[in-house]
Structures are given as structure tokens and as C-alpha cells.
Design a protein around this ligand. Structure first.
Ligand SMILES: CC(=O)SCCNC(=O)CCNC(=O)[C@H](O)C(C)(C)COP(=O)(O)OP(=O)(O)OC[C@H]1O[C@@H](n2cnc3c(N)ncnc32)[C@H](O)[C@@H]1OP(=O)(O)O
Ligand SMILES: CC(=O)C(=O)O
Length: 541
């Protein structure tokens, strides 16, 4: 039978101790609902004794209907020299209206003396009194044994006395904290095993990631007998963060056969991770294990060839089990298999032996050598594929463009672009102003095209990035321009490379427009008679 591991999420408390992470009450409430839907057992919402925001959270969360999660409030043991019922922090835990509290207490003798400046005996009494007081007021109490592993290594007897004091007072779980995050998995395993043989209540684990082993440490603790795991979504937390529950859960559930959440809910991990990154305004690392965009992205030709035969050749778990997806990247490291995968994705008929597919691979490698990077510009890559397979259609051709930049005395810069195109057999000459040369070109191009293809009014540039490819050539360097475009529903990326930034931008810009028109070809076909040779102009490229 699979054993249950209880999940204790502290994204809303320890997660917000991470630099740059700040959540409003509304943000916290939204995350609570997601965590509950995932099947998390305890959600630590904050520290009521710390600030009015957390107090408001505990008030408002009472109105949220939760299926599974127990909302938990965080605090510390009573201050030294006062009684538990005189301690404001403990009182606020009760006032917060929660059913469970997690309080931290010192278990490292050095910290008792140096950080809180009291005697070892008084600290044991503080732990006992505080747990008992909360219990007597009807709360379930989880005792966070702060710095437990450092304490155990320094003075094992005292560290054990501290947690036994919490157990004696009625704590339901003793969560062993690697507060400084410097302990290694083999030490965690040994120490947790020893503790599990000496306490009768549930043992939990709370790891920080300073040695970059918080997930491994959490897993080791569960293997040694702990049954509650504390951590945060995406590993946010003080300094280098906490154990990332988004990785801990699948490791425990898919590899070690523990139950953490229901099997079906594993597929929610990718969307929950993204959701929390979004709300916390953090960029999602592409290489985040299990759920990142690159977690199942195959680039090397050898890998793709094998993955097409058997995905498990280069995947440790199935991406779809986590709500993620397999991707194949195209680059100078590609083989025919990468193209085969992409062609299938886009419904092209593709034969590895076809000379045009070999030619396409060569073109990609040459272009990448020039500075193109197709893995970041899939729309440009798809256009390249279209060209190779003679499925290309020029929706317009360029005769010329001219750009005028004027700076006149005190006046601000003014920029104007003139574009001459051939569209549907008609010559079109337009001019437009813009904030800068690329913006002016964009406006002039659209002005010329909108009358023929009104649909392009829906698209806009959502991002524009320039990268200097060889900075040793200073202003003569080649640049790579990446443009991201959107129509509010879809996003697509295109690329241009040149020694001239305007030309690189133009190449990326026309790819973006060509791509959008190609994708909506069925909607514009009627307005698109065949071009006669008269007006073909020069190639866009
Ligand atoms: C390992 C962890 O992550 S613990 C959680 C850490 N998180 C936070 O600190 C965020 C929230 N904190 C806060 O809002 C504030 O620090 C408060 C409101 C809790 C306390 O603020 P202040 O009263 O101004 O105290 P301050 O933060 O300066 O110092 C902490 C005090 O708590 C005492 N203390 C620390 N740990 C404990 C403990 N386990 N039990 C009792 N007292 C403790 C310290 O000795 C110190 O008291 P002192 O000033 O008499 O030396
Ligand atoms: C309690 C806690 O957050 C820690 O010891 O790291």
C-alpha cells in the first residue's frame, strides 16, 4: 500500500520572505484556491503577529470554501520572561481564527544563547508553554524545530530535548528545519532516521536551498521516515529559497510511490507553477524541472532521433503526466529527425530521403552560422520550411523603403518611413511617422497592406529584442532582432539578422506579417488574385 505524505505549503509565508516576492491579500486568496484544488493538506498563510495584511488574510480566508486544505498561521514561541498568555504573537495566532498553527522554536543551543539571549532551560520552557497554550485554545500545533540539523550536530542532546518538549506539550508534528540550508542529503537521512526512532508523533521536514539540495534533502527525509514535507511553489523563499514542492511532489509520487496528491492532480502541476509565477510577478525559469518550458525540450539531433522512436530514451517521466508537453527545437545541432518532428506537428509531408529536406537542414545550419537562432523564432522557421517545400506565397513584395530621421535645433527627433510595395498586383506607396525607424517602418508597411488584408489590423508587436552578435566589431557588429507579435490570442516570434539594425528589424517584421497572413490565408484568399510578373518587385529577403 502507498503511504501518505502530507504537504505543507508555505508559499504565502516563507515564500514571501524571498527577495522580490510580495503578495497582496487578493493574490494570497487566489493561490489558496489553487493549492486546495491541487490537494495540499496545510497552507501556511502568513504570520498574524507580523503585519495587518496577514491579519486581514486570515479574516478573509474564512469565507473561502476549501475542500481539503487546513489554513495554518505561523508564529514563534513566546518571548522569554513572560507567560504564554501574555504574549501578543501567540494571542494573535488564536485571534486569527485558524484551526492549526505552526510555531518555530530554537533547537540549536548556540542560537538560544546568541539570538534570543536566554538560558537553555528557559527556551525549553518557552517551547513547552507555547505549544500547550495553543493546544489549550483548541489549535492543532505543528512545531517548526528551527536550525534543528545544525543544533543536532552541535549539541544532539539539547536539540532532542527541545523537540521532545514540543511533543510532550502536544504538538501533532515536529517539523525538522534545515534553516540555513547547508545540510547534505546523507546527513538529513541519518538524522531524520534517528529522530523518527525517538519521537512518537509525525515528523516533518522543512528545507532551505542554500546548498541547492533542498528537494533532495526533503526526499531523503521522507525516505528516512518523515511524513510531512514543507516547501513552496517554485521554491520561493528566504535567501536561496525553500524546497520546491512542484519538484518534491512528482519525485515522491512518481518515483518513490508515496501518495501526496491524487494521481489525476499531477497534471495540474505545470499550470499551478505558471499561475503562481504570474501572480508573484516572477519570470518562470525555462529549465525548471518537471514543469518548465524546456523540461522536455529536445535539441540535439541524436536525442530527437531516439525520442521519436521511444520518448523514454531521453525523458525521465512522461511530460503529459505533469501537464507539460514535449518540444523539439530546431538549430544547428539538429538532424533530420528534428525536422521530421516539426513537419509532423505542422502537417507537412516529410521524407528523410527527400533532397529538399537535406537542403533545408543545410540552410538552417548556414543561417544559424550567420547568427539566426530558430529555436527562439518558430514562425520564421515555419516560413523557411514552407519555402523549402514550395508552399510559399508572397503576399506582398518590397520595391524599396526609405527612412528619414530629422533633428532640428531644440525640436525632438522626428522619424518618417516611406515604403513602396507591390500588393495583389498593385503598386502601393505609403509614408508614416513613428517613435523610431522600426516603428515608422511598421506603420508604413501596415498602412500599405491594411487595405488589401484588413485582418492585419488585429496583429501588433508585443516584444522587440536586439542582440549584438559580435561586440568586438562595435557599431559595425551584426545584430539579431527577435520580434514577438500577437493578435490577442496567439503569439509568434520571428527573426532577422544583418549588419544593419534596420534591415534585421525589417526582415523580422515582414516574416511576422507574412506568417500571420499565411495562417489566415483561407480568410483572405478571395482578395488575393495571382500576381503577374509585372509587379513582382524584389524579394522581401
Ligand atoms: C526561520 C524563519 O524563517 S522565522 C520567520 C522569519 N520571518 C520574519 O521575521 C517575518 C516577520 N517578522 C516580523 O514582522 C517581525 O520580525 C516581528 C513582528 C515578528 C517581530 O518584530 P520585533 O518585535 O520588532 O522584533 P525583531 O524582529 O527586531 O527581533 C525578533 C525578536 O524575536 C525574538 N525571537 C526570535 N526567535 C524567537 C523565538 N523562537 N521565540 C521567541 N522569541 C524569539 C528575538 O530574540 C528578538 O527579540 P529581541 O529584540 O528581544 O532580541
Ligand atoms: C521555520 C522556518 O522557516 C525555518 O526554520 O526555516
Amino acid at each position: 500500500m502507498r503511504e501518505q505524505v502530507f504537504l505543507f505549503d508555505t508559499t504565502l509565508r516563507d515564500g514571501t520572505q524571498g527577495e522580490g516576492v510580495s503578495l497582496s491579500v487578493d493574490d494570497k486568496l487566489k493561490i489558496v484556491e489553487k493549492l486546495d484544488q491541487l490537494g495540499v493538506h496545510y497552507i501556511e498563510g502568513g504570520w498574524p503577529g507580523s503585519n495587518p495584511k496577514d491579519m486581514e488574510f486570515f479574516k478573509r480566508v474564512q469565507e473561502v470554501n476549501l475542500e481539503k486544505a487546513t489554513i495554518t498561521a505561523f508564529g514563534s514561541t513566546r518571548r522569554s520572561g513572560i507567560k504564554a498568555d501574555e504574549d501578543e504573537n501567540l494571542q494573535k495566532l488564536i485571534d486569527s481564527g485558524v484551526k492549526a498553527a505552526a510555531i518555530f522554536g530554537k533547537t540549536w543551543d548556540f542560537q538560544v544563547k546568541e539570538a534570543i539571549g536566554t538560558t537553555l532551560d528557559e527556551n525549553l520552557q518557552m517551547i513547552y508553554d507555547s505549544v500547550l497554550f495553543l493546544k489549550q485554545n483548541g489549535l492543532e500545533v505543528i512545531f517548526d524545530a528551527e536550525h534543528f540539523f545544525d543544533g543536532y550536530k552541535n549539541n544532539r542532546q539539547y536539540a532532542m530535548e527541545a523537540i521532545l518538549s514540543a511533543e510532550k506539550a502536544g504538538a501533532s508534528c515536529i517539523a525538522l528545519c534545515d534553516t540555513n540550508g547547508g545540510t547534505l542529503p546523507h546527513e538529513i537521512y541519518e538524522i531524520v532516521k534517528d529522530v523518527c526512532s525517538k519521537v512518537t508523533v509525525q515528523v516533518g521536514i522543512h528545507c532551505h536551498n542554500d546548498g541547492e539540495v533542498a528537494v533532495a534533502n526533503s526526499v531523503a527525509a521522507i525516505q528516512a521516515g518523515a511524513r510531512q514535507v514543507q516547501g513552496t511553489v517554485n521554491g520561493y523563499g528566504e535567501r536561496c529559497g525553500n524546497a520546491n514542492l512542484i519538484s518534491v511532489i512528482p519525485n515522491l509520487q512518481m518515483k518513490l510511490n508515496f501518495d501526496c496528491i491524487s494521481e489525476g492532480n499531477l497534471t495540474k502541476l505545470t499550470s499551478i507553477s505558471k499561475y503562481v509565477h504570474e501572480i508573484a510577478n516572477q519570470s518562470a525559469p525555462s529549465n525548471q524541472p518537471f514543469v518548465g518550458k524546456s523540461a522536455f525540450a529536445h535539441k540535439g539531433g541524436m536525442h530527437v532521433s531516439a525520442v521519436l522512436k521511444h520518448p523514454e530514451t531521453y525523458e525521465h517521466v512522461k511530460p503529459e503526466a505533469l501537464g507539460n508537453a514535449r518540444r523539439v527545437l530546431v538549430s544547428e545541432l539538429s538532424g533530420q529527425s528534428n525536422l521530421l518532428f516539426k513537419a509532423k506537428e505542422w502537417n507537412y509531408r516529410f521524407d528523410k530521403k527527400d533532397p529538399s529536406s537535406k537542403k533545408l537542414l543545410e540552410t538552417i545550419k548556414e543561417k544559424e552560422h550567420e547568427g539566426y537562432q530558430y529555436e527562439a523564432a518558430e514562425a520564421s522557421f515555419e516560413l523557411l520550411v514552407k519555402k523549402s517545400f514550395d508552399q510559399w506565397k508572397d503576399y506582398f513584395t518590397l520595391d524599396y523603403y526609405k527612412i528619414f530621421i530629422e533633428k532640428n535645433g531644440e525640436q525632438a527627433f522626428s522619424t518618417e518611413a516611406v515604403v513602396k510595395l507591390c500588393v495583389q498586383n498593385e503598386v502601393v506607396l505609403t509614408a508614416a511617422e513613428g517613435n523610431g525607424p522600426v516603428n515608422a517602418l511598421d506603420h508604413a508597411l501596415r498602412k500599405g497592406l491594411e487595405q488589401f488584408y484588413p485582418i492585419i489590423k488585429n496583429m501588433y508587436l508585443s516584444d522587440y529584442k536586439v542582440r549584438v552578435l559580435d561586440e568586438t566589431d562595435a557599431t559595425a557588429s551584426k545584430v539579431r532582432v527577435l520580434i514577438e507579435s500577437s493578435d490577442g490570442n496567439e503569439k509568434w516570434s520571428t527573426i532577422g539578422v544583418s549588419g544593419n539594425i534596420i534591415k534585421a528589424s525589417w526582415l523580422a517584421l515582414i516574416d511576422s506579417v507574412q506568417y500571420y497572413l499565411m495562417k489566415h490565408d483561407s480568410e483572405i484568399e478571395l482578395n488575393h488574385p495571382k500576381q503577374d510578373e509585372h509587379c513582382l518587385g524584389v524579394s522581401n529577403h
